[in-house]
Structures are given as C-alpha cells and as structure tokens.
Ligand binder design. Structure first.
Ligand code: FAD
Length: 442
C-alpha cells in the first residue's frame, strides 16, 4: 500500500520535504509521484498537501459502503493487531471499546447526518473489530431503533423521557455522559449541526477528552488503535490529522453531507438497550417554554440535486443573477456562491458554499467564475459531477472538476440556458425562482 496522488496535485512540492522516507519526487510533468517501495503510508505528506491531492490507499471510501447484514464477529480474538494495540493502551484507556454515533432527532425525525455517520462509523467499527452503536435521546422515540439497525448500528442505546423532549445541553449532556461512563465507547461521532456542536463540546469538556470538530475524513490507525480525524486547518491551507493518544473516548464532529449515507439493509436486526433518566425537571437551570418555527426561507442547499454556484469571476450582481439564476431556473437547480460572491453582496451568506459556509453534495454542481480555492473545494467534494466555467485555463477548479469549459461564463452560460432547459425538461427540483437582489432562490 502506498499513498495515492490525485489529479488535484499542482506540484507545489510541500509533500517532498515533509516525507521522512524520501518516498516522493516531482516527475517530468511537474507533479508529485510516489516511490511505492519506500512509502509506508505514514500520512505525513497527506497532512501538508495544500490541495488535498494525496490520499491514503487505506483511507475510507464512504461511497462504496453498504451496511453489512451481519453483526461484527467477536472482536477480541487474540491474534488481531487491534487486540495487541489495545493491550498496550495504558490502564483505563484499554477498557474503552466500540464506536458510538449520537443520533440527532427532532420530534422523532432522525437527522440525515446521523445516518451518514452510521455509515462512516460502521467502517471504523469494522476496522477495529468492534460494535457500532447509535445513541438516541428524546421523548416518544421508541421504535426508532429499527431504522438505526438498518443503517448499520449493531446496538442502540435509547433513553426516552419527557425531560429529553427538546434538546437542552444540560439534560442531554448529563444523560449522554452517564451512558459513556457506564459503557465506555472508544469513539464518539456527532453531526456538526447546531445541536451536535453544542452537545459534543459539553460532553468532551465534562469527560475531559479531546474533540476534533468538522472532520472531513475519518480513519483508524490500527497499530495504535487511534482515530485519525482529518480536518482543514490554518484557514484551510492544510489538512491536519488529529489524534487523541491519551484520552478516551475520541470524539469527532462531521458536517452534514461530508460522509455518504450507507444503503439501508431492510430487516437488519440489532440489540436495544434502554436506559432510565435520573434527572429532575425542577433541578434544571433551563426550560423550553415554547418552540417558534422559523417561517422564513426554507431553502436547503444541502438537499439540492443541482446547484448553480457563482463566484467573483461573474463580475457584478447583474451578471451573477443573469447567469446563476437564469441557469438554475432553466434546469431546476438552486443557487449558491463562493465567499467572494457573498462578500460582494450578490447573495446572502446562508448560500455560501465552502469551509465557512455549507457543505453540499448535489448530483451536478456548476462552478461559474469560481477559482477553486481549497476553502471552496472542501464544501463541494461530495458532488457527483462538477462542471466548471472559468476564463483562466490554469484555474484550480479545473483540477477538481468533471467537465471544464474555458471561457467567459457571462457569455457561455446564457447561450447554454435554452438548450439545457430542453435537456433537463422534467428533471431537477424546479423550485428555483429569480432572486430578489440575489438573496432568494425559493
Ligand atoms: P476568485 O478567487 O477571485 O476567482 C474568480 C475566478 O473567476 C478566477 O479563477 C477567474 O479566472 C475567473 N473569472 C474571471 N472572469 C471570468 C469570466 N468572465 N468567466 C469565467 N471565469 C472568470 N471561499 C469560499 O468560497 N467558501 C468558503 O467557505 C470560504 N471560507 C474561507 C475561510 C477562510 C479561513 C479563508 C481564509 C478563506 C475562505 N474562503 C472561502 C475564500 C477563498 O480562499 C477564496 O478567496 C474564494 O473562494 C474565492 O472566491 P472566487 O473563486 O469566487 O473568487
């Protein structure tokens, strides 16, 4: 096994000096190449590559995972390397076993990110040879375990109590921490949603353990039995792989749409463990008095199948509207943009895609006048097809896209609108309308 170089490589040489085994060189095309005999997949190069062009061959491929029908075989067979590694884990750390996913739900409806994390968690659990469990807290949620088994959980810890009806950091943290202290999982994954981020921070603080937020890749170092949690760092200029050597559980949050959901296996069974709550409403510092539903814009770019995104290259707001909303309206897509477009005031921040915006995973992503900065790319890598239009043939986006057109997007795109309207007839979500001031697309 050796590190793989993807077409994103731009020959910057950052990896060459980082490699302690002299296993990389720049070939005659000016791109990085791996000397397979020398590479031991230590991942030093992966962390320094500014365009994430290097991948571990053993890295998770979440796209291909299908939840296994079988429960994992009993893990602690004496010959597995994980057992040896576990034995070396000092004292109490070795007692922690299993991968947990916090299952976020609202009024009984499970958040898609939790199912995505069951897919990723399943792979981690299989690598470690341990069980995958979903942990669901709430009120009148009995029965939701069935879906969790189908998406890969071997076990579900379920706590059903009126005190847990609405999320509160105070109640959820106490119940979750108690479960962790009782069952000692080695890894906990949570969605990087408003709730997940809040709860993860509170739980990690209470347990005095490490938490890596907004991970984009999760993997296992089997030798040391460590979670390798990779995320953009230093403003997205490097991908850092973070480990928690001395504390358990190892915690990570992952944004929605970063991991692909596993295919459910209907009828898959698991084990249900119900726990009681030992909390008194009267002792709680916070109370939920009422829930006010947001009546505003219901656009959810994260669920869009087609996204037309524009960047600074479109020149001005008028061009942005004409090209992005024009194309989106014709093919039933939704409109998003780069940070530069948002900062120029062409669309609202909630439509910003990328590291400090949202992560999307549409079937088709149009990048119009977008350069392909790493901070933008991390938000679109889950897209099935990326179509880029850029006047600069050297633009980074061309290293990442499926199809690229070199030219002026403000001229090319309007000329494609009618032919594409015909082509897409009856396809797409058809819920896009011309935006007022570029801020609405619903
Ligand atoms: P530019 O980089 O200016 O690129 C414009 C592109 O348009 C160029 O490639 C140019 O060749 C092309 N062009 C020019 N004219 C035309 C034309 N007529 N037709 C076609 N193409 C044309 N950015 C994000 O997008 N999302 C984020 O979440 C995000 N978070 C960030 C977080 C941090 C901490 C930092 C430091 C930066 C972040 N950025 C983010 C900013 C990011 O680094 C880039 O600056 C930004 O993505 C650039 O936007 P752009 O591609 O629209 O503009």
């Amino acid at each position: 096994m050796a590190v793989k170089v993807t077409p994103a490589c731009m020959g910057c040489q950052a990896c060459i000096t980082a490699c302690p085994h002299e296993a990389l060189f720049i070939n005659e095309d000016g791109l990085c190449q791996v000397i397979e005999d020398k590479c031991i997949e230590c991942s030093e190069c992966v962390g320094v590559c500014p365009v994430t062009a290097l991948e571990l061959a053993k890295q998770l491929d979440t796209t291909e995972y299908v939840a296994s029908q079988k429960l994992p075989e009993k893990q602690e067979s004496e010959t597995t390397p994980t057992t040896e590694a576990a034995a070396q884990l000092s004292g109490d750390l070795g007692k922690y076993k299993g991968v947990w996913v916090f299952i976020e739900q609202r009024e009984g409806e499970i958040a898609p990110v939790s199912l995505e994390l069951l897919g990723a968690g399943r792979q981690l659990a299989d690598k470690l040879g341990v069980e995958l469990a979903g942990v669901i807290l709430g009120y009148q949620i009995c029965g939701s375990e069935t879906k969790l088994y189908e998406y890969g959980a071997d076990k579900v810890y379920l706590v059903d109590d009126p005190i847990l009806r609405y999320y509160r950091a105070e109640t959820y943290m106490q119940v979750f921490v108690k479960l962790v202290q009782q069952y000692l999982p080695e890894i906990i994954l949570m969605g990087a949603t408003t709730t997940g981020r809040d709860l993860a921070g509170a739980v990690a603080t209470e347990l005095e353990t490490g938490l890596t937020a907004d991970c984009t890749v999760l993997d296992i170092d089997l030798q040391q039995r460590l979670l390798l949690a990779t995320r953009p760092a230093f403003g997205g200029n490097i991908m850092a792989t973070i480990i928690s050597k001395n504390h358990r559980p190892q915690m990570s949050t992952v944004r929605p749409k970063v991991m692909k959901m596993a295919k459910p296996v209907p009828g898959r069974q698991g084990i249900l463990i119900k726990s009681e709550v030992d909390l008194n409403e009267a002792d709680m510092l916070t109370q939920v008095l009422r829930i006010v539903q947001d009546q505003g814009d219901k656009i959810n770019l994260q669920d869009a199948e087609i996204i037309v995104a524009g960047g600074r290259g479109l020149g001005d707001k008028e061009n942005f509207q004409k090209t992005c909303y024009g194309l989106a309206e014709a093919i039933g897509g939704k409109v998003g943009g780069s940070r530069a477009a948002v900062e120029a005031g062409w669309l609202d921040h909630k439509y910003q895609i990328g590291q400090t915006g949202i992560t999307v995973a549409p079937k088709i992503y149009f990048a119009l006048g977008i350069s392909g900065a790493i901070q933008h790319l991390v938000g679109i890598r889950g897209s099935d097809v990326i179509i880029a239009v850029n006047s600069d043939p050297e633009a980074l986006i061309f290293k990442e896209c499926t199809y690229g057109i070199v030219g002026d997007a403000t001229k090319i795109v309007p000329s494609l609108i009618e032919p594409l309207r015909e082509l897409f007839k009856g396809k797409g979500s058809r819920d896009t309308a011309k935006g007022e001031g570029g801020t609405r697309c619903a």
